[in-house]
Design a protein around this ligand. Structure first.
Ligand code: HDD
Length: 710
């Protein structure tokens, strides 16, 4: 007699008959209904075969071995074993969304690109944001460049604008890209540090590569730790060409400007966010799109001709240089709105294949050697990642306009040409033909010169724009750069590398170099690095380069964290949340215990977080609303004290009702109250408090906090 079976699931029995219990299905309002087995879709194998039992593998007797004719088990495990594809060699961690691009006015004078011809024209887009150095599972707030890749599904094929949130790059020639990335990623023997540039190999390479100095200034600035993907700029980096119907070319640089302004976090905050919520950026994008607060950017272009290029102090083909916005103001040409999350992360965000060489008629390349090298690289990487040449058949990569060609077969071919003829020319009059008038024609730039491996003289000034970036920052931003350089170099074990870096800083700004050297404990200053161009230009500061100067001035799109306890003044809380939502910002409630609190009017209020899971680093500003009865317990909570102390240290605005004062005392900030710590409701009222929050930070507090005087 067979032994009694064990481990039965509620849905299936292990013996001959499989009996399903009732199933639960979620209704539109989130409520659960019971549905009968016959009304459920049938589970099948990938071959479409109906499955009788998905809970138990096929075996001989209840305690016997598994048998090989269990094709369902074999197929299921086989498929699972192959679920991963290689992660991107760079930009592995990313997050994407769908949306549209809307053209403001016709740009026919500059480009024949179809998407720019008609005012109000909407082109579907898919955007993927990313960090560069970390692996797929790394944390969102790494100090790093952010990728900003946009695929426009135009009526004349896909246009991929594969940019970053920083307008310059580390290197001038694509042949150095593997070295740069090897040096930046984890060291190969120990496989750490991950998603960090604070290690010897990175700074060794950088300090031996003076052309990277301008980019180094950007990544040591707060640009490399954005508060939200929604609050950062994007740049096409290179000089491209627009080409109009008369085949006239205009040079163009692309800029994405966030509607909600720029904002970054403090470094200490970034470190804590990475622990509290490693998915901080993706969660933020998900929440804002799902709640209908669609992020928006304006596309602006710097347009210029050959005369401007010739008169410019730097080479417009050098990707380590910008054209300052004050010198050549960017013109708005359209807006990008992200309004839909992918249905499936893997199918869309992971499998999307961006390629710089995807350009429609009317957009063309310049001779920027980095861009030209990139045009080579991206096709290879997609073949490796996606496993075959038919990755354009995937819905996320397929054009949304009609297309026809004779490419056929290969792995996973889903759309082969039909009919007899699969070549051209053919005499059967079948199939697509090229069109000299409608097809893409490369801009006929005249080129000449000897074939050689070289770097132009016009690319040689590596320090002038690095300095311009530094002197364009406000004092708090300059302090952050010095602190970032000190932190990163403090992790470098080889003294010679630190010295070499400081010798470059001396060519950028003597005070910056001295601050970093002093913090690193140098006994003496090294000599300035030898420069290819001995005279650094003192360029005019460009306020457009500062985040603080480009701050939002409004709290719109931001998040207020309100710590509440039992007995919270219900009227005050209601008034505050109303004032915040009027500003198109969001409130989240944090309570000492999971669930919520009972307010002064006896009503229950649901909280979004328990205090341990809702630290203040997750919010742009905080408020503490408590009661005389609850404050005693609240001050005993270490996390509640951190909630306030961290917000203060990160120079955030803090609102509190008078009963919360003991918590401010316990957090050690009661004696350092400044204009950013505001008692509520206050004389000016709650809306004036919320409009004050638009300043985002009280940077004037920072020096005293740093020195521990607060
Ligand atoms: Fe790159 C991915 C941006 C230089 C080679 N790059 C990649 C992505 C972005 C950029 C945003 C992620 C796309 C996505 O979300 O799927 N890359 C840049 C910018 C650069 C740059 C702004 C300089 C201005 N890249 C660059 C060079 C090379 C590459 C010089 C090689 C010669 N990049 C690649 C790649 C990647 C890539 C290996 C990895 C994954 C992928 O392409 O799809 O081909």
């Amino acid at each position: 007699m067979a032994k009694k079976t064990t481990g039965r699931t509620p849905r299936a029995k292990t013996d001959t008959a499989t009996i399903h219990d009732v199933q639960l299905q979620r209704g539109t309002g989130g409520e659960l209904h019971q549905i009968a087995e016959d009304d459920m879709p049938l589970l099948t194998t990938a071959q479409g075969g109906p499955v009788a039992d998905d809970q138990n593998s096929l075996r001989v007797g209840p305690r016997g071995p598994l048998v090989v004719d269990d094709f369902h088990f074999r197929e299921k495990i086989f498929h699972f074993d192959h679920e991963r594809i290689p992660e991107r060699v760079v930009h592995a961690r990313g997050y994407g969304a769908h949306g549209f691009f809307e053209t403001y006015d016709s740009l026919a004078a500059y480009t024949k690109a179809d998407l720019f011809q008609r005012s109000g024209e909407r082109t579907p887009v898919f955007v993927r944001f990313s960090t560069v150095a970390g692996n797929k599972g790394s944390a969102d707030l790494a100090r790093d460049v952010r990728g900003f890749a946009v695929k426009f599904y135009t009526k004349e094929g896909n246009w991929d604008l594969v940019g970053n949130n920083i307008p310059v790059f580390f290197i001038q020639d694509a042949i150095k890209f593997p070295d740069l990335i090897h040096a930046a990623k984890q060291e190969p023997d120990r496989a750490f540090p991950q998603a960090q540039t604070a290690h010897d190999n990175f700074w060794d390479f950088i300090s031996l590569t003076p052309e990277s100095m301008h980019m180094v200034m950007w990544i040591m600035s707060d640009r490399a730790i954005p508060r939200s993907l929604r609050f950062m700029e994007g740049f096409g980096v290179h000089t491209f060409r627009f080409v109009n119907a008369k085949d006239e070319s205009t040079f163009v640089k692309f800029h994405w400007k966030p509607k909600l302004g720029l904002q970054s976090v403090a470094w200490n905050e970034a470190v804590k966010i990475n622990g509290a919520d490693p998915d901080f950026h993706r969660r933020d994008l998900w929440q804002s799109i799902q709640s209908g607060n669609y992020p928006e950017w304006e596309l602006q272009v710097q347009l210029f001709d050959q005369d401007f290029a010739d008169s410019f102090d730097f080479d417009v083909l050098d990707p380590t240089k910008i054209i300052p916005e004050e010198m050549l103001p960017p013109q708005p040409i359209g807006r990008l709105v992200l309004d839909r999350m992918p249905d499936n992360f893997f199918a869309e965000t992971e499998q999307v294949a961006f390629m710089t060489q995807n350009v429609p008629p009317g957009i063309d390349f310049s001779n920027d050697p980095l861009l030209q090298g990139r045009n080579f690289s991206y096709l290879d990487t997609q073949l490796k990642r996606l496993g075959g040449p038919n990755f354009t058949h995937l819905p996320i990569n397929a054009p949304k306009c009609p297309f026809a060609h004779f490419q056929q077969d290969g792995h996973m071919a889903m759309r082969n040409p039909v009919g007899r003829v699969n070549y051209q020319p053919n005499s059967f009059g079948e199939g697509p033909r090229e069109s000299p008038t409608r097809g893409f024609r490369h801009f006929p730039a005249e080129e000449q010169g000897a074939k050689a491996r070289l770097r132009p003289e016009s690319f040689a000034d590596h320090y002038s724009q690095a300095r311009q970036f530094y002197v364009s920052q406000t004092p708090p931003e300059q302090r952050h750069m010095a602190a970032a350089l000190t932190f990163e170099l403090s992790k470098v074990e080889t003294p010679a590398i630190r010295e070499r870096m400081v010798s470059h800083l001396l060519n950028i700004d003597e005070t910056l170099a001295a601050t970093v050297a002093q913090k690193l404990g140098f006994q003496s200053m090294p000599k300035p690095a030898d420069a290819a161009v001995p005279t650094r230009q003192d360029l005019e500061p460009s306020p457009a380069l500062s985040i603080v100067e480009r701050g939002p001035r409004r709290f719109e799109g931001r998040k207020l964290g309100i710590l509440i306890t039992d007995g919270v003044d219900a009227k005050l809380l209601k008034g505050l949340t109303a004032a915040v939502s009027k500003e198109k910002a969001v409130c989240e409630l944090i309570a000492p215990k999971v669930g919520g609190v009972t307010a002064s009017d006896g009503k229950w209020i649901n909280a979004n977080h328990m205090i341990d899971g809702g630290p203040s680093v997750l919010f742009d500003a905080i408020v503490v609303l408590t009661s005389a009865d609850a404050i005693e317990d609240l001050v005993k909570e270490a996390t509640a004290r951190d909630f306030v102390a961290d917000a203060f240290q990160h120079c955030k605005f803090i609102g509190y009702d008078p009963s919360a004062m003991p918590l401010l005392e316990k957090a050690g900030i009661a004696y350092a109250l400044d204009e950013g710590v505001i008692v509520l409701p206050g004389e000016a009222g709650l809306s004036s408090f919320v409009s004050e929050l638009g300043k985002l930070r009280v940077w004037g507090r920072e020096p005293s906090v740093k020195l521990g005087k607060a």
